[in-house]
Each structure stands twice: as structure tokens, then as C-alpha cells.
Design a protein around this ligand. Sequence first.
Ligand SMILES: Nc1nc2c(ncn2[C@@H]2O[C@H](COP(=O)(O)OP(=O)(O)OP(=O)(O)O)[C@@H](O)[C@H]2O)c(=O)[nH]1
Ligand SMILES: [Mg+2]
Length: 622
Amino acid sequence: MHVIATAGHVDHGKSTLVRALTGMEPDRWAEERRRGMTIDLGFAWTELPGGLTVAFVDVPGHERFVGAMLAGVGPVPAVMFVVAADEGWMPQSAEHLDALAALGTRHGLLVVTRSDLMDPELALEEAQQHLADSALGRLPAVCVSGATGAGLDELRTALAALAAALPEPDPAADVRLWVDRAFTIRGAGTVLTGTLPGGRIAVDDELLLEPGGRRVGVRGLQSLGQPVGAATGVARVAVNLRGLPRESVGRGDALVTTGRWLTTTVLDVRLHPVRPGGAGGGPEDDLPEQLSLHIGAAAVPARVRPLGGAGDIEPDGTRTARLTLSSPLPLRIGDRALLRDPGRHRIAAGLTVLDVRPPPLTRRGAATRRARQLAGTTGTPDPAAEVNRRGLVRRDELAAMGADPAGLTAPGGAGTEGVLTAGDWLLSTDRAAELGARLVTAVAEHDTADPLEPGLPTGAARRALELPDAKLLDALLRHPPAVGQLVAREGRIRRAGEAATGDALPAAVREALDAVRAELTASPFAAPDAGRLAELGLGPRQLASLVRAGELVRIADGVYLLPGAERAAVRVLGGLGEPEFTLSAARQALDTSRRVAVPLLERLAKLGLTRRTEDGRHRLAD
Ligand SMILES: Nc1nc2c(ncn2[C@@H]2O[C@H](COP(=O)(O)OP(=O)(O)OP(=O)(O)O)[C@@H](O)[C@H]2O)c(=O)[nH]1
Ligand SMILES: [Mg+2]
């Protein structure tokens, strides 16, 4: 299916044409038919030559209903632009053209109707001239009469050609259905309608209703008046939602795929002049601070703050601005939208969304720096550039921004274009270098402050660098400048190669160790007592660091021997010549005190080198 919106000045014959083409009544309301005027959006559809089905979204032409017009054309990729032969180009022709140009609509057909009332040539030439001066450019054109039916076959053929030339939307795209109508059906509950631009909705799907993020289930689905199990964009759909009160939804809300969209009230955009060259309504004209943002079927008051000065307007008249919305919208990089000035009844600018999670502008000069940073960006999503600009960003958040990082990086390794992956996170090589340098410094500072416990605990390292995920620490250790300098071991980030050599022991501790070592070499089981340890300046922390460094083994509280003391003890005890021996015999053989002998024998038993006999003696293991 294809969807085409109408556009054109009030009373120029849009609805009459839709009626003639489809046999359906686009003016649904009695009031519309009584007044002969479209007030709200109308929907109708037909099959075209060649078998393509086309649905029309018929918009009102009256200036008062421009909000409805914008909600109608917003999500629709193509337009049937209608001009009355007897009236020619009129003010709402111009405003509708401005709106289409600003929204980026590029597919269309010009229809000059009411040709039974006047020769259409003049109106046709005039309209083509206006189109040529706009971003749309000249369009294929047909002259018809909705009253007599003249030219309608030709119009059908032209519509079929237009529909066939429309780009194929992605059936796997994330769903964002802008609600253009919401109503209640007795017995079924709340129904929303909209133009699905791409992606797929199926019965029993669970979606989110934005703003608000309310979970909603699809109870039923219709397309072109028929129940369907699923609908793939582009399509007109009516969605019956489970358990949703009618008053909690309205035009401009959006039904979106769960977890795939970010809603935002602050965004950075590129403003486009409505008309090439900028004459009349270009963003370089004085832009009121309060405007109305229109995207899809939504209209939201927006505060506009141009970024940078007059010098930051690019040669094509575009410039960047920050918008603050009065209510959140699900937006993505690359979205097209427009700003309307309700006070002056004009389209003020078109825009392309550049960033839906922009940095706050707090410091002086931040707005100008931001303008420079965004200069040259077009809104074409560039995941590598986004990662580089942000430094650190979650994968799913980047995808939700509209810059899907799939394929950007090889899992677990250095990616292309300066992007590193770490679990769910993407990290720019620049940020990795900066964080890595900070980590090297933090570890060095830690080791200076606390030489007895070398290595910065990983938790402290993460906090110091404000890393949201431990995997980022691993990524930093794999890349310059940390790689080769730092290693992770036993829960700490350590200077590479250091703990193994014991270099980190302070000189005083090293001297004390030398003394202990000399004494224990002379008398291997005469562990220095508390007085001696204190004399050498070896407190609990120093002793613990010597144990960690593998210089001493701890037999019990306050009892330290040289590494290998257990094996040496077994050798001595084996020399007793008795398979079983008492504690006292062992103490004498080892030439030590009970203070050492008791825990040492306990330790030998624990290591399986000795065992206790039933009568409380000790025996070497076989
Ligand atoms: N003679 C003649 N009258 C026409 C033709 N098309 C429309 N009309 C008349 O023009 C008037 C407006 O037609 P509509 O189709 O309602 O115009 P519209 O563009 O839908 O108007 P809005 O939706 O209110 O903007 C009606 O009185 C129609 O009968 C035509 O081809 N020939
Ligand atoms: Mg109408």
C-alpha cells in the first residue's frame, strides 16, 4: 500500500478529487458536509491501474485548520498538490508548499482541477513556477475536473506512477506510529489510527505509548477497513489497544517499539530556510523565541535558541539551534520537522534533528562551541562520529538515537574509525586515551600514598574514572597508554611487572626483612617474637605486605617464617627416626618454642603433611 496526502488552498477541490477517485467520502463529519469544507483529516482508498492500492489522507485547506493539515502530511511520504484552475495560486497554496518543503517531502503530483471552470494552463504554469522555486521542484502535473470527471483516468495513471516510484520502506524498522485520530468503539475500547511509515505491527504486540511510556497491547488491527493480523509500512492502520482509556491518548502521541526510542525535550537541530535562498521565513530572519514544532502528527510548543552567532550561518542559509520542547517526543537523529510561527501564521523554518541527547550548555561560550562542533553535520546518522563526539555511549542508546552501531565494531576488539567496544558500551579511542592516562596517574598516586598495598582496587579505579561498567576498565587496559603499563590482578590495577619483583617494598621494610631473613636462615623455626618484630618496625600492615609479596609465610598471628618452612619442618621431623612423635619432641627437634611449634604442627596437619594419632601424638603422612 502507498499513502498520499492532499494539499492546497481551501475550496480548491481536494476532497472532491479524493471522492471521485475512491468513491469514498473523505469529509466524515456532518458539519463538514453541511459547510462544504474539510475541518479534520479524511481517509479514503482505492486501487490504481496496475493493481497498487493507494490510501489518501485528505487535509483541510482552511488556514484555521493548518494544525490538522500538518498532522496529515507529517508522516506521509508523498503529496497530491491541488490547485483550482479558476483561482490559481493562493495563500494556503503557498503555506502548504512551505510546509511540504520544510518537512522534506520530495514526491508529489501537481493536479490542476476545476478545469471545467477555466482553462487550466495559466494556473498550471503559475503553480509549476512556485514549485520550481521551492525545494520540491517542478512536479509531474495533470489537469482534471472533479465535477465532470475529465482527466481522471490520466490522474489515476499518474498516481500509479508516483506510487510506484516511492522508496520502499524497511519492514524491519522500529515502529513509530504517530496517532492522527483516537476514538472509542463500543465493546472494543480505544482505537488509534495513523500512517505507519515502516516496520510492522501485529496483533498481540506490546508497544509503548509516548509520551509517558505506557505499555499497551494490540488487541486488534485494521487496515483499509479490514481486520488484519499484521500490517507493514507504509500503511494506514487502525490499532485497537487493550485496556487503554480513551482520554489517555490523543493526536500527536506515538505508538513505538519498546526499548528502541528515546523521548526528549531538548534537542539540537539544523534549521533550514523554508525557501531556497532564505527569502521570507529563512532562519536568518528574526526567529521568534517561541514557535510550534510539528513532526509526524505532533505539535508541541518549542523554545528556540540559535547556537553561535550570525557568522555561524552556513552559505546555504542553514544554522544550528537548540530547541526546548514543552512536552517530550520520541525523536531520532535525521528526523525532519518544521517550526511554525502561530502568531504570524507562517512556516518559520524546516529542520533536521542532529542530536536528541545534547550536552547541557552551562559554561560561557558553550553555545558557540556547540555550533562549531555541529557545523557540517547533516543529520545523516553516523555512529562512529556520534561515539567520537560523545566519548562514551551505550550501544542501545546510540541505536535509539537513530545511529545504529551494528557492524561498526568487531566484538571485543578495536573497532573501525576510532571506536572501541566494551560490553554494552562504545568508547572513542580519544576518550580511552584520556581515561587510560588518568588511570596510570591514579595508580601511581595510590602506590605513592600506600606503598604497602600496591595496586588501585578496581572498585576505586572505576569510581575515580566514573566508569559505568567494569568491562570499560578492561578495555582501557588493552589500549594505549595503559596497555603495557598497567595490569589487573587480584582485584587491583597494578603497575605491570612490579609486585612480582617486590620493588614496591619501601627501603625500611626491605631492611627489616633482610634482618628477619638472616635470623631465620640461622634458626629456621625461631620466629621473631612480638618484641623483635616491633623493634624491626614490622607492624601488621608491613607483615601483610611481605606475605603478599611472597617474602614470608604466616603460620599464625604474629608467627612468620620463611617460605618453604613447612617442607623444612617435615624434613627435620623425618630425621627423628620415630614414625610417631609428641609435640614436645617436635619442638625440641625444630629448636623452637611452643608458640611456634603448636601452630606449625597444626599447619602441617592442615596441609596433609602430618596427621594426629588416636593418643594425641603426631605422625608424618605416608
Ligand atoms: N465546477 C467544479 N467545481 C468543483 C470542482 N471540484 C470541486 N468543486 C467545488 O469546489 C468546492 C470545494 O471543493 P472541495 O473538494 O470541498 O474543496 P477542498 O479543497 O476539499 O476544500 P477544503 O477541504 O475545505 O480545503 C465545492 O463546492 C465543490 O463542489 C470541479 O472540478 N469543478
Ligand atoms: Mg476538503
